[in-house]
Design a protein around this ligand. Structure first.
Ligand code: WT7
Length: 647
């Protein structure tokens, strides 16, 4: 890349927001940033105002701390119910508007109006209550992208119960782990579902998880997705039967404190085990609604499609809570983008006249690889705005998305956020800001993000450093608000939240993400802890040691590479690779199965015995190797290199 005389990267080319978009944009206020700065933290009352409160809050930002030191209490004193906000309050104006449009894997479609949604959420809430679910109980939801998933989330929210959605592709072991740690005694699952034509036995996995749990389950509810008769054991109930028993029942939404938990979700931290993140009812919902409106430009009456899975935070925030809080039609797609044809995604957009489409760079790069003939066959003129999330988007994919999908008339919002931030934190405001392909944009109004060095000092433009958040934000998790993960950085320094991402900021304040600093691999927007993967691989018979790193991958951004040293005398040709893959598939899920496994008699180590992951990364990514003299066993590097580069 070109560098100017000062050694800094030049500012990227900018793209002005298309005028046709700006005319109708939700936010066109050029000085919103300044207004928020001036009024902080009260500026966030604008987000709070998007919600219906059963009891108004006393202060926007309460808590005993100040604006830097926890505890933080967003919208303190306020009480509200998320299900009321996403369903009931829309009944006056949009009873007959479609709330959820479902596109099933076998080509089925189903529409739930707000009235239908209200009815089913109430009936399921009544059913859950009859099974014993009360406010504060954790209900685990382990189903694919079917309407019962958001309905279950909203039914839990209605009761004040905490949902714990576990991605349907996770293994029995991963499910048991997440239920065990949450002490969850209620489970919603299904009999099975179709993946590329074949039915998976989801119920079987759920039963296996139940058997391996240390605690008993009160009740399991099973959705019939395959349409066959359900085989139910003790304390197991069919979803349809449960609804029938509670046909027409209503449940008053249980008012929750703004700071009460709405749900928990697991993410890969740096600790090796998935970490539970708890999001709050008031602050989370307010910022999610606010960002869906100001960044994704969602309006009531829009048809909006976020192609993520509800099993991840993106689906929680921007398939379910944000769009439904705003009274939009949210599309739920169960299938894969290339089945039955590679034009599936564009066909869905045309058929449903989708206005806003939000997806991941991985998907965009796949679409690009398939070619424009597929989008070209469809009418995409309903689109008004495009979004991307999960990993950096390279300028070439950005241009393709902008021109081929948006026809040069839809702004792209590149949205940076995390499971921990709960809602979008850094992005352009599409009706206000210029876009810079490859760069996410400025921190949103009210968000204090900065790039700092190891001492916590802000860095000049272009210099890579750690992306940190200097002030609390409404959608922060309960634990951070209580000070767990929020503290002086470095020790003795300013109080802040360290995101774990590396970034640069340019002269205009635009942030460009470079990747993760901690040992987390971001494969197609899903975070895996290297430590967790390593400990699973080491559990495989015949493995002595393993190191996992993220290698570059054109499509998924990063791929899991494993370097494995077998136990002494253990042959590698006896299916060891297959057993490693199987172990990961079982313990974590198919998404984490390594792209490559390199067998080596030894892993490169420092004299203090630390595995040199950087070096392994450089080898995998074909980068020049630095000084290896500090290694205890420099000779293994040559061996590994020859396997990877020539083998
Ligand atoms: C990590 C968070 C938030 C939903 C998706 C995944 C990376 C996220 C971007 C972006 C570059 C991004 C970061 C972040 N990331 N959005 N627009 N550009 N990188 O949530 O699993 O919590 O992962 O995804 O590394 O820390 P998550």
């Amino acid at each position: 890349m070109d560098e100017d005389a000062g050694g800094r990267l030049p500012d990227r080319e900018t793209v002005a927001p298309p005028e046709s978009f700006v005319e109708g944009a939700n936010v066109t206020d050029a000085d919103l940033q300044e207004q928020f700065d001036r009024e902080w933290p009260d500026c966030w009352a604008r987000a709070g105002a998007l919600l219906d409160w059963e009891r108004p809050y006393r202060t926007v930002l309460g808590g005993e701390g100040d604006d830097r030191e926890p505890p933080f209490g967003w919208f303190e004193g306020g009480r509200l119910n998320a299900s009321h906000n996403c369903v009931d309050r829309h009944l006056d104006e949009r009873k007959n508007q479609v709330a959820i449009k479902w596109e099933g894997r076998l080509g089925e479609t189903q529409s739930y109006t707000y009235l239908d949604l209200h009815r089913e959420v109430n009936e399921f809430a009544a059913g859950l209550r009859a099974l014993g679910v009360e406010a504060g109980d954790v209900v685990t939801v382990y189903v694919p992208m079917i309407p019962e998933l958001p309905i279950a989330m909203l039914a839990c929210a209605r009761l004040g119960a905490v949902h714990n959605v576990v991605f349907a592709g996770f293994s029995a072991e991963a499910l048991a782990d997440r239920m065990g740690r949450a002490e969850s005694r209620y489970l919603l699952t299904c009999d099975g579902y179709y993946r590329r034509g074949a039915a998976t036995n989801q119920k079987n996995r759920a039963d296996n998880a139940r058997i391996s749990l240390d605690h008993d389950l009160e009740a399991t509810v099973v959705v019939s997705r395959l349409g066959e008769e359900l085989r139910l054991g003790e304390d197991q109930y069919g979803y349809a039967g449960l609804l029938a028993t509670h046909s027409g029942a209503t449940v008053d939404p249980v008012a929750r404190a703004a700071t009460d938990p709405l749900f928990l979700i697991y993410t890969s931290g740096t600790t090796g085990t998935p970490k539970a993140v708890t999001h709050t009812t008031g602050g989370y919902l307010a910022q999610v609604a606010w960002t869906a409106r100001s960044v994704l430009d969602v309006e009531p009456g829009d048809t909006y499609w976020c192609s993520a899975d509800i099993g991840w935070i993106t689906g929680h925030s921007y398939i379910v809570y944000g769009p439904l809080a705003l009274g939009t039609t949210t599309l739920l797609y169960e299938g894969t983008p290339d089945h039955p044809e590679k034009e599936r995604v564009w066909e869905i957009i045309e058929r449903n006249a989708v206005n806003v489409f939000y997806t991941a760079p991985t998907a965009i790069r796949s679409f690009m690889g398939w070619g424009e003939e597929y989008p070209d066959r469809q009418d995409l003129s309903s689109l008004r705005l495009l979004g991307t999330v999960g990993e950096p988007i390279n300028p070439r994919a950005w241009e393709w998305y902008y021109e081929q999908i948006g026809g040069g008339e839809c702004p792209i919002v590149d949205t940076w956020w995390q499971t921990e931030t709960g809602a979008i934190a850094v992005s352009t405001l599409p009706g206000v800001d210029e876009m810079k392909p490859g760069s996410v944009g400025r921190p949103l109004p009210g968000i204090a993000a900065d790039v700092v060095d190891a001492d916590g000092e802000p860095l000049p433009p272009g210099e890579p450093g750690r992306l940190v958040l200097e002030r609390p934000w409404p959608a922060m998790p309960a634990s951070l608000a209580d000070g767990d993960g929020w503290g002086p950085d470095p020790p003795g320094g300013e109080w802040r939240y360290v995101t774990g991402d590396e970034a640069t900021v340019d002269g205009d304040g635009y942030v460009t993400l470079l990747g993760r600093i901690d040992d987390v691999i971001n494969v197609a927007g899903q975070r895996f802890s290297t430590m967790e993967l390593e400990s699973r691989i080491v559990e495989t018979e015949g493995v002595a040691e393993a190191a996992v790193i993220g290698g570059d991958d054109d499509t998924t951004g990063a791929a899991v590479y494993a370097y494995v040293s077998p136990e002494r005398g253990h042959p590698t040709g006896d299916g060891l690779r297959a057993r490693i893959d199987e172990r990961i598939r079982e313990a974590v899920g198919p998404m984490a199965v390594p792209e490559a496994v390199v067998f080596t008699p030894e892993l490169p180590k420092t004299r203090s015995g630390k595995i040199m992951r950087r070096l392994l990364e450089d080898i995998a990514n074909d980068e020049p190797l630095g000084d290896t003299s500090a290694l205890r066993n420099p000779e293994v590097v040559g061996e590994i290199e020859s396997v990877v580069r020539e083998g």
